[in-house]
Design a protein. Structure first.
Length: 754
């Protein structure tokens, strides 16, 4: 990235310097801050580029702001440059809060109280004021207190040595008072005005309106006649000193996102170089051990017969253990999963070919399953007293069903495997776990950690092997239920096998695939659409049951989206999933690669438009380059293609709801994406769609346990949703115990009445 952006930035700076135009690098997003600073460092080395008005915008709401300023000052002195620094409060505070919570970081990269940001801004202003030899300060504020503070600390500085800044249309009255009242010419106030086309400018303007309309905004408060002047211009330092704790109590820390019920799984801060280096070393250390592991295939029929017999014998004792004990074992396992995170990630990368970020997310999901199902089990197993007549007690209880077969897929070899097993175990069932043939090592480590947590070995057994092992397990009459994730065809085969058994009717919980679509109308923002489409269609090499298969584009927006999509696809990097620079790794096996390449060769022949990712020279292995193809209609997509293949279908504006009906007619019902800036359109589509998960103005992958319970209907599964509040109920049977209390000598509750 530096090799691409560095020369371009230097060229722009040279052009700007030649024309006497200032150019400022906005280091706005926390994730890209270090990259932005590296670019600034490169530019400062170029004497022609660094002359004139080269500057950097620094956001005071970032906790790293003082360190960033110290680095900029140091670099300016090393390269003997005078650097413009635009000091702002910050533009995307809520986004940074959300990202930190989603990623399970240890804390927030930004301050959570407005007055703490104000204090940081003041402290940063002092840093800039103290380096007049190398810094030209540009203080951006619409706050009267901030303006007065700058006026006081810069009172002795020459007027030409610094400036105020404000946005066009904001703060005019404030600066008219401040600058117009001076007896002698004072500092300048630069007016910042965005210039763009309507479709690009609108989101920016909406963002500014939201910020300035916020309750804590000075621009909002200054026009509120109900607020005393003392509150409007209150000293932020005094406000900060008067608050304990410093963090805002109404904003949940990432680890406390789900309250007291359960802890959020810890993530990896991929923007932190030190954390990445530590993870990389851990993965390198774990790799040799993963390579040495060998998982023997279960022998038929002896292994299946023995395992089911042991599980059936163990079930009664396991079911009788209090639910609190079983739940505590899952929570202990979650702690072990976090301690062994690097090992689990290494298994996902090396055995399943998943990229490092995908593998980290998968391990987090497994941990979330363990903790969530522990909480849900305690709720489900609490005895419920049912209403009834006087002199009678009716209590509803649940218990495990027996022995469950848990059959999991290779595309989520840790998270789905763990989720299935955890749900069956915590509800009092013994488990025979059959992982995918391609990923037994991932499953074996998960089972090992569950055993270390205290789950009895006879209550949880793993049988590795191909489909014949799973078929033998599901055909055993002692199996009380099957939970399965995989293809619709395999689910049908399991259902037939279960139906053929001349025993009590067994339970089947199946989550299968889908022809998942995303509907995009002409109001959508093309840039956001493309980012979400690429993530949804090509993440994990398209090997997700939730992956985007069909992009439905309204005619008016289709050319622009396809143009941007092609450009974004050109930035996708295929390669070794163990390398952090890789976006898309290999597909699971040679058979999948061959099948996908055959399909792509055929579909491209009928495509009105197509674009494919370039394969790096010399790259060998099971790689399938992502491809997007425009086909004539939804009828041209007859089945789920489990890989990085995106079909595009255009539609007219008056066909929008017809497209929803066409998606429904496919019979699958897993995920649907909607991109529209018209709320009523998004609501109408969601109401009409027969799918399990609808995602509006975001990507359609990465469902979070307990946040977006996942699962479909129709050909996409039986339900209930994994990671949802109704899932565990399918793993239990119910019993009501009715006691005639009047037969014991009378109803004491009545006799106690006065």
């Amino acid at each position: 990235m530096l090799a691409q952006l560095g020369p371009k930035l230097v060229e722009l700076l040279q052009l700007a310097a030649a024309q006497g135009i200032g150019l400022t690098v906005d280091a706005e997003e926390v994730d890209r801050l270090e990259l932005s600073l590296q670019l600034v460092g490169l530019a400062l080395k170029d004497r022609a580029a660094a002359s004139g008005g080269f500057g950097v915008a620094v956001q005071a709401y970032q906790k790293r702001a003082p360190a960033v300023l110290a680095w900029l000052i140091q670099q300016a002195r090393v390269h003997q440059r005078r650097l413009c620094v635009r000091l702002v409060k910050g533009a995307y505070w809520d986004t940074e809060i959300k990202r930190a919570q989603e990623r399970g970081l240890d804390g927030f990269p930004v301050f959570t109280r407005k007055h703490n940001t104000d204090v940081s801004w003041m402290a940063c202003a002092r840093q800039l004021a103290a380096a007049p030899d190398v810094i030209y300060p540009q203080f951006a504020t619409h706050n009267a207190h901030g303006v007065a503070f700058i006026g006081s600390i810069m009172a002795q500085a020459p007027a030409h040595a610094w400036e105020y800044q404000r946005l066009h249309g904001m703060g005019e009255e404030l600066y008219a008072q401040v600058l117009g009242a001076a007896e002698e010419p004072g500092p300048a106030c630069r007016v910042y005005a965005p210039v763009a086309a309507h479709e690009d400018l609108l989101p920016y303007l909406v963002r500014r309106l939201l910020e300035n309309g916020a309750n804590a905004s000075f621009v909002n408060r200054i026009v509120d006649a109900r607020l005393p002047v003392e509150q409007v211009v209150a000293d932020p330092v005094a406000l900060a000193e008067g608050n304990a704790p410093a963090a805002h109590p109404d904003i949940a820390l990432p680890q406390e996102l789900f309250g007291a019920a359960r802890r959020n799984s810890r993530g990896v801060n991929f923007a932190d170089g030190n954390e990445l280096l530590t993870l990389q070393r851990q993965l390198e250390a774990a790799a040799p051990e993963v390579a040495r592991i060998s998982i023997p295939q279960a022998s038929l029929p002896q292994a299946v017969e023995a395992a089911v017999a042991v599980a059936a014998a163990a079930w009664v004792a396991w079911d009788r253990r209090p639910v609190d004990e079983r739940a505590a074992l899952l929570e202990r396992a979650a702690e072990l999963f976090e301690q062994r995170r690097a090992d689990l990630v290494a298994h996902c990368v090396l055995e399943a070919g998943r990229t490092v970020p995908d593998s980290v997310a998968e391990v987090r999901e497994a941990i979330d399953f363990l903790r969530y199902y522990a909480v849900q089990a305690r709720l489900l197993f609490a005895p419920q007293t049912c209403p009834g007549p006087t002199g009678e007690l009716n209590v509803l209880k649940v218990r495990g069903r027996g022995v469950f077969a848990c059959i999991s897929p290779w595309n989520f070899p840790v998270s789905i495997f763990t989720g299935q097993v955890a749900a069956a175990l915590v509800t009092g069932n013994a488990v025979i776990a059959k992982p995918a043939e391609q990923t037994p090592k991932c499953a074996a480590l998960a089972v090992q950690l569950l055993h270390e947590a205290g789950v009895p070995a006879d209550a949880l057994q793993m049988l590795a092997g191909d489909g014949s092992v799973g078929a033998a397990v599901t055909h055993d009459p002692r199996i009380a239920g099957v939970v399965f994730t995989g293809s619709t065809a395999t689910a049908r085969a399991i259902a037939r096998s279960l139906a053929e058994r001349n025993v009590a009717l067994p339970l089947l919980i199946a989550e299968t695939g889908g022809i998942n679509a995303m509907l995009v109308d002409s109001s959508a923002l093309p840039e956001q659409v493309v980012l979400d489409v690429v993530a949804s269609a090509f993440n994990s090499a398209g090997q997700r049951c939730s992956a985007l298969r069909v992009l439905l584009l309204q005619d008016e927006i289709a050319p622009r989206v396809q143009e941007l999509l092609a450009g974004q696809m050109d930035e996708i990097v295929l390669g070794d999933p163990a390398l952090l620079g890789t976006d898309v790794g290999p597909v699971i096996d040679d058979e999948a690669q061959g099948s996908l390449e055959d399909y792509i060769a055929e579909v491209v022949k009928i495509a009105a438009w197509s674009h494919r990712v370039r394969v790096p020279q010399g790259l060998e292995g099971r790689f399938v380059a992502p491809v997007a193809v425009e086909v004539g209609s939804l009828a041209d997509v007859s089945r789920e293609v489990f890989g990085p293949v995106l079909h595009i279908v255009r539609f007219r504006a008056d066909e929008l709801m017809n497209m929803v009906d066409a998606v429904n007619a496919k019979g699958f019902g897993l995920t649907l994406g909607v991109h529209s800036r018209i709320d009523s359109v998004a609501r109408d589509i969601a109401a009409r769609a027969r799918v399990g998960n609808v995602y509006v103005n975001r990507n359609i992958i990465g469902a979070v346990v307990g946040v977006q319970p996942f699962g479909g209907c129709g050909l996409s599964g039986t339900g209930p949703k994994a990671g949802g509040p109704h899932y565990l109920a399918r793993f239990v049977t119910e019993q009501v115990v009715t006691t005639n209390t009047a037969a014991l000598g009378g109803d004491t509750s009545l006799l106690r009445l006065s």
